[in-house]
Design a protein around this ligand. Sequence first.
Ligand SMILES: [Zn+2]
Length: 121
Amino acid sequence: MEIIQDKTNKKVNAYTCGDCGKNTVVKHRDQGVTPFFMRCVHCEGKAISHMYKVPQGLKHDLTVFSPANDKEWEMYRQYLKSYYKKRKVYNKKLLQDALAATKNHINAGGVIMVPADVIKI
Ligand SMILES: [Zn+2]
């Protein structure tokens, strides 16, 4: 049986939206598995991965990373808080639960995505 892994040394991937047709471009700072589908940054429609088969020089919308220290976790916490507040769903428990789930995800080798201006690479 063949084991299929989405492992690549390429850093830039794009997801094309089925609704608006635009691309959401992501760039890895850190290695890790990313989802095959994601929400389009332009319209929140469903966007599908190009499996890293895209020009590697594309300007990225999102940075893919794994927080390396307390400073980066704090930056992510602030980002998540403002994200929830913008959507008018913020409460302390939601934020705490989301951070706990994210820590489990990172500890299991996962990565997270934030807008490119939140972490510059
Ligand atoms: Zn879209």
